[in-house]
Design a binder for this molecule. Sequence first.
Ligand code: GLY
Length: 381
Amino acid sequence: MLSPQSTPYDWCIVGGGIAGLTAARALAQHGQRVVVIEQSVIGHGATAAAGGMLAPLVEARSAEPHTVQFGMEALRFYPEFVAQLQAEAEMNVGYRTEGTLVVAPDRDQAEQLRHLFAEQQRLQLPVEWLSGYELRQIEPYLSPTVVGGIRSQQDHQVDNRLLAVALARAVVRLGGKVIENVGELYPERVGGTWQAEANGVSIKAANILLAEGAAATALRRMLPDIAKHLRPVKGQFLRLDQRELHLIDHVVRTTEVYLVPKNNGQIVVGASAEDRGFDNRNTVGEIFELLRAAWECIPAVRELPILETGVGFRPATSDHLPLLGRTQIEGLAVAAGYYRHGILFAPYAAHLLADHLVQQASNQWIHTFSPERFHEPNRQR
Ligand code: GLY
C-alpha cells in the first residue's frame, strides 16, 4: 500500500460502523494517519441493531466451519481488546461474561437443541446440557415448561452501541479523525492519491478502505463484481426495559429468539432473518413472532415496557464469509460482509487486517477472506 507523505492521510476509511471503526483504530495503533468518513452517524445501521452477542459456540453450524473457527479465535481476542479499548476511550463498553443459555420451551425445540448439542460435542466445544430444573436455578424467570437446554459459559456479550462510541473516541485519541453525515461518497484516484468530498471537506489519502454495511454504495460502484456477492439480510428487533422488573442476567436464546440483557437495564430481543432487500419497516408478524417466542421461554416479559423497535441489515456475502484485505485496485482494501457476526468478528479481523496492510504479515484468514476469491472462482481455499 502507498504512503506518500504528500497526502494528509495514509487511510481514508469509508464507513463508521463496527467494521470501519475497528479497522481505523487498528491502523492508527500502527501509527497510520486515518480518517473515518460516515454517511450518517457513527455506529448507525447494523452496529446499532445488533444484539452484541459474542457467541460462536451456540451458533455452531456444521455448514460453516470457518465461521465457528474464526469466531472462537475472535472470542479469545475479546478480553484483551476490551481492556485496551476501555483504557484508550476511558469508558466501559458493557462486556459481560455470565454466558449464554439456549433453552427449549417445549419437547420439539428440545429435539432440535439435541442436534445442536451433538454438533457442539463433535467439535469438542465447552458446553453442557442442563435440565429445566437446573436452568431455572440459574435464571428463575424461565418458564416452568422449559424442558432443558445448553449452557455455554464462554459465549459472552458486549454493549454494541457503547462499543461504537468507545471506538470512535479511541480513533480520535490515537490521532485519527472521524467525520459524520458525509452523505454519498465518490472516491476517485487522481495521480496516485484517493480524493473524496466529505461534507464539504476535501479528503486526500494514500489508501482507501471500504468498510460499508450491506448497502455498500462505494463498493458497488468501485468493485461491482465483488459487491454483487453482498446482500442485505433484514433483522427486526426490539429493546425492552427490565429496570423495574429484572428478569435475566444471562443471554437467553431459543431456536427462535434471543434476549440479551444490557447493563443499562435494556434487553435486546432479536431477530428476524428476512430476504426483503432494504425494506426498513417493522411488521406485525415478525414482531409478534419475536415476542411470542420470548414470552414462551420467559412469560414475565409481558410485563416489560417496549422501548424501541427497529430494523438492521446484516451484510451477507454469498458464501457467508467476510470480505477482508486488498483488492485488485491499487491502494483499495475492503473490510466488510461480517453477516451475523460483526460485533464478534470485527476487532480480531481489524487486528489481522492492519498487520497485513501495514506490516505485510500473512495469515490464513486474510487468504480465506480475500475479496479476490470472487474474481478467481477456481481458487482453492
Ligand atoms: N447475530 C445475531 C443476528 O444476526 O441476529
